[in-house]
Design a protein around this ligand. Structure first.
Ligand code: B12
Ligand code: SF4
Length: 498
């Protein structure tokens, strides 16, 4: 069968810092290709809507799948599904991905017939059976499928994440993927899932707190096939198992692979096994993202982060000593007043790290979606991008955005100031000479993207598609939140930490 897979456009507020390859979609493409189908992929982060339309007409796909990892992309995907039905009426249009898995039924209804099915959970085990089912006239047995007739069997999980390999070769414009000065940058997955259970996050609910590891050989082989000079490791928490991080490092050393790396991890993981991270700095680890979330114990408890402020600060110090550039994330609560923003600004200016701010957002799949007592002030999907306030703010909304953007701007100025003084010029000229302009563009775009008026006016756009209202679920038994039920899977590894 001819299958076209599509990733929606980039979200406005993240695009200035990064744009990364759609690894999940590439893996779904890899699985379909292994099953013998003809596959094309269009990534609207780097291609135009007109490219998509042209491909639909020329390729005449029999199935068109859209990736919906982000809630904010739902309206665009529904509109594209309508367009697909006009251009290729016979194609089966389906959605899949992280976020849509939590609101599958509702999105299907909102699409009013433009979407034939939604696949909940991992896409690799489902795409082959879906295409086979379409050829043979029945898709009811596809794992994770939801259609107008209701839910099919539960989603299935891969036994091993070693295969299928992502179909990176199907992506045009690969040089446009970057993160900060790592430009161009590819992505790779060493592990899948997260054993923790932070209340604001849906990574653990999606995978039912399971955790699987790629074999070091497969990871080494995949790394050797990557052409880009930099690699973003997409794992939710890198190197939870030190022996695994070590074994992959050994493979990379053996193959004499030299890249620059960016990864995400937790303070306690870094503190427990600093030697792994140290070893990776020798392989090229340069950047690390630490989800610190709060600077006080009360905030950390509220998010069930299971680390102390002390751990966080020790981890920052340790990373600094290792020469790793750290970016930290703090969650802004809509309840913050001017004083709280000031405290955070002072903190951000007192540390050399890059500080990112995201707004606390209850979204489907998270525990706070069910427990947040403040009512939602909007259900516009597009505002659920953790850059907008979707529950009432204590400050008037315009003042809240002014404070938020001011804080981000102060931080950004500090960051840019340091970088331009100590090295960005060198990186920049190196990148420009190689024709890589992503990082250069990022440096100058901050003020056009982040401005309080624009964030405020986003709230007044006409709304066509709205998130369903939260069902107040009793989350005493948190397994009710899972997409993948761990009992029903054959994961290699169980949760290592509480
Ligand atoms: C890596 C990552 C990123 C990367 C790369 C994103 C990219 N280009 O793909 C970066 C750093 C850029 C990023 C940015 C953001 N991210 Co992010 N990210 C992740 C993370 C940690 C892993 C995603 C990943 O690559 N996994 C590995 C691949 C193999 O899995 P996958 O993509 O999920 O794909 C599988 C399934 O979803 C499914 N699938 C996917 N697509 C399709 C399509 C079809 C047709 C089918 C059938 C199946 C299918 O099958 C795949 C294989 O099993 C997830 C958390 C998580 N564990 O999922 C958060 C996550 C997806 N991100 C999140 C957020 C909030 C963001 C940001 C908005 C943050 C911000 N404000 O800056 C931005 C927005 C990015 C944008 N679109 O512009 C939230 C999503 C929230 C929501 N409900 O909308 C998540 C869930 C984290 C969380 N805290 O809960 N992110
Ligand atoms: S440790 Fe990170 S990925 Fe895991 S649940 Fe917490 S925030 Fe999500």
């Amino acid at each position: 069968m001819r299958l076209l897979l599509v990733h929606p456009s980039a979200l406005m507020y993240s695009e200035i810092f990064l744009r990364l390859e759609p690894l999940g979609l590439e893996r779904v493409a890899g699985a379909a290709r292994e099953a013998g189908h003809e596959v094309r992929v269009i990534d609207l982060q780097v291609s135009k809507h007109s490219d998509l339309e042209r491909t639909m007409i020329e390729f005449e796909p029999q199935a068109i799948g859209f990736s919906l990892n982000y809630l904010a992309n739902v309206p665009e995907a529904i509109e594209l599904a309508h367009r697909a039905k006009q251009l290729v009426p016979s194609a089966h249009v389906f959605f899949g991905g992280h976020s849509v898995s939590f609101v599958a039924q509702e999105v299907l209804e909102q699409a009013e017939g433009a979407v034939d099915s939604v696949i909940r959970g991992e896409g690799e085990p489902a795409v082959g059976p879906l295409l086979e089912g379409l050829a043979q006239g029945g898709v009811d047995g596809v794992p994770g499928i939801v259609t107008a007739d209701g839910r099919g069997p539960g989603p299935q999980m891969l036994h091993s994440i070693d295969t299928p390999r992502p179909a990176r070769d199907l992506l045009a414009h690969r040089r446009r993927y970057f993160i900060g000065e790592l430009d161009p940058c590819a992505s790779i997955e060493f592990t899948r899932g997260c054993p923790w259970d932070c209340s604001f996050c849906s990574a653990w609910t999606f995978y039912g707190r399971s955790y699987r590891k790629a074999s070091p050989e497969a990871a080494g082989e995949e790394m050797a096939s990557i052409r880009e000079s930099s690699v973003f490791i997409v794992d939710d928490v890198a190197f939870i198992r030190p022996e695994h991080g070590d074994a992959i490092a050994a493979e990379i050393e053996r193959r004499r692979i030299r890249k620059r790396y960016y990864l995400e991890t937790r303070a306690d993981v870094l503190l427990r096994h600093p030697e792994i991270f140290e070893r990776w700095t020798r392989l090229g680890l340069q950047y690390m993202f630490l989800g610190m979330e709060a600077i006080d114990a009360e905030g950390l408890d509220l998010y069930r982060k299971r680390v102390t402020p002390d751990d966080n600060f020790k981890a920052l110090e340790l990373a600094r000593k290792m020469g790793i550039n750290v970016a930290i994330n703090l969650i802004v609560d809509p309840g913050w007043d001017e004083e709280r923003f000031r405290v955070v600004r002072d903190f951000a200016l007192s540390v050399p790290e890059i500080v990112h701010l995201t707004v606390m957002t209850p979204y489907p799949g998270t525990e706070v979606w069910h427990t947040e007592s403040r009512r939602l002030t909007t259900r516009d999907y597009r505002l659920f991008d953790i850059q907008h306030a979707v529950v009432p703010t204590t400050l008037p909304l315009d003042v809240f955005y002014r404070e938020l953007v001011r804080t981000q701007a102060v931080i950004n100025r500090k960051h840019l100031g340091l970088r331009t003084a100590f090295g960005a010029l060198r990186v920049l000229s190196g990148n420009l000479m190689r024709g890589q302009t992503n990082f250069a563009r990022m440096l100058w775009r901050f003020n056009t993207v982040y401005n309080p008026e624009r964030q405020l006016t986003d709230h007044y756009r006409p709304v066509q598609y709205e998130l369903p209202l939260p069902r107040r679920l009793d989350v005493g038994d948190r397994r009710k939140l899972y997409i993948h039920d761990r009992k029903a899977t054959h994961g290699r590894d169980a949760a290592p930490a509480e």
